[in-house]
Ligand binder design. Structure first.
Ligand code: 3PG
Ligand code: MG
Length: 402
């Protein structure tokens, strides 16, 4: 399935200044990058632009700085890591104003093939409001624009969308293309049976995803914290498990919709319960497994049980296409990780096209050591969810058509 958008392959960049929006929003601990997947994923586009003689000006956000510049959200460590990965210098233009004196001077001095990284775009308050002042500043640095930030494609911000009001020569990068190809093919043209697995804490985050996926899948598996609202909707006692009482009717409607559409909707049949949420999250905790229809009052469900693991794993293995978003339990705690592990394992073993979206599921798969067995682990959390909801992503919509 084509994207219908101009790609980096078709962009003439020789000698031109190319502004590239990447998603370098990587996890960091005390200034040290703890997972560089997103930087690695951006390399093909950056290398292609270097090879084609572009002057490569990279930009990204990092974290959620609330009141402008903050040292802990500086992209400086990303410049260092990127230079290592590219094997060539990356000039970091660390302006608090992002497009400031450093950035302007660095860009003016660029030769074809050079790479400059701008400071965190969210140091400018206009960024998340998509205000023209910052879009214009960004546009003033470049002749053309490439969006390769799939993880931020659901954001209509200056650097992800607004800048294209002022730069007309635009394209999507390889990562953006690849992400949409995997997700798009899986959702819109799946080899059947097609199974989607949804987990994570809140039903409210996934309302539209459930609704949209019920139009597309053969089997919908619901686990994780969001399952308890469905169990409550079936009239079960769920103890102190996480329940969104305002969404019980919605869950009933979705169960009815699944029935009408002939979609197999799988919920946990057994549940691992504790007396309370572990504190710290990975601390020791006493558990027992009970039927999902009979969670004792005062107990909290925090993972799927063994019978459910088998039920879900069998459904995954019977599928030809599987999309997964959200963990089955509190996988950060080894005692409560078995459900998520079982799903990850089934996906690794399945003879199916598997697509993993969402930071938590991706982190779980990596942490559990299944990363290299999965054909596609998305770099986008919110972005892949909004795509699964059937929404248009502003970061892609703004790019010129092919
Ligand atoms: C992400 O990590 O989800 C993306 O980089 C988007 O970040 P945001 O949720 O802060 O907009
Ligand atoms: Mg996010």
């Amino acid at each position: 399935m084509g994207l219908g958008k101009k790609t980096v392959e078709e962009l003439d960049v020789r000698g031109k200044r190319v502004l590239v929006r990447c998603d370098f929003n990587v996890p960091m601990k005390e200034g040290v990058i703890t997972n560089d997947n997103r930087i690695v994923a951006a390399l093909p586009t950056i290398k292609k632009l270097i090879e084609n003689g572009g002057k490569v000006i990279l930009c990204s956000h990092l974290g959620k700085p609330k009141n402008g510049p903050e040292e802990k959200f500086s992209l400086a460590p990303v410049a260092v890591r990127l230079a290592e990965l590219l094997g060539k210098p990356v000039t970091f233009a660390g302006d608090d104003a992002v497009v400031g004196e450093n950035a302007k001077a660095a860009v003016a001095a660029m030769q074809p093939g050079d790479v400059v990284l701008l400071q965190n775009t969210r140091f400018r308050k206009e960024e998340t409001k998509n205000l023209p002042e910052f879009s214009q500043d960004l546009a003033s640095l470049a002749d053309c624009y490439v969006n390769d930030a799939f993880g931020s494609a659901h954001r209509a911000h200056c650097s992800t969308a607004g800048v294209t009001d002022y730069i007309k020569d635009t394209a999507v990068g390889y990562l953006m293309e690849k992400e949409i190809r995997y997700l798009g093919n899986a959702v819109n043209d799946p080899v059947r049976p097609f199974t989607a697995i949804l987990g994570g804490a809140k039903v409210a985050d996934k309302l539209n995803v459930i609704d949209n996926l019920l139009n597309k899948v053969d089997t919908l598996i619901i686990g994780g914290g969001m399952a308890y609202t469905f169990l409550a909707a079936k009239g079960y006692e769920v103890g102190t498990s996480l329940v969104d009482s305002e969404k019980i009717d919605y869950c009933r409607d979705m169960m009815k919709k699944a029935e009408e559409k002939g979609v197999q909707l799988l919920l946990p049949v057994d549940t691992v319960v504790t007396a309370s949420f572990p504190d710290p999250i990975d601390g020791p905790v006493a558990v027992e497994t009970v039927a999902s229809s009979a969670i004792p009052a005062g107990k909290m469900g925090l993972d799927i049980g063994e019978k459910t693991q088998t039920l879900f794993a069998d459904a995954v293995k019977a599928s030809k296409t599987v999309v997964w978003n959200g963990p089955m339990g509190v996988f950060e705690n080894p005692i409560l990780a078995a459900g998520t592990l079982a799903v990850a394992k089934a996906m690794a073993e399945a003879d199916a096209t598997t697509v993993i979206g969402g930071g938590d599921s991706a982190a779980a798969v990596m942490q559990l050591g299944f990363g290299d067995k999965m054909p596609h682990i998305s770099t986008g959390g919110g972005a892949s969810l909004e795509y699964l909801e059937g929404k248009e992503l502003p970061g892609i919509a703004c790019i010129q058509n092919a």
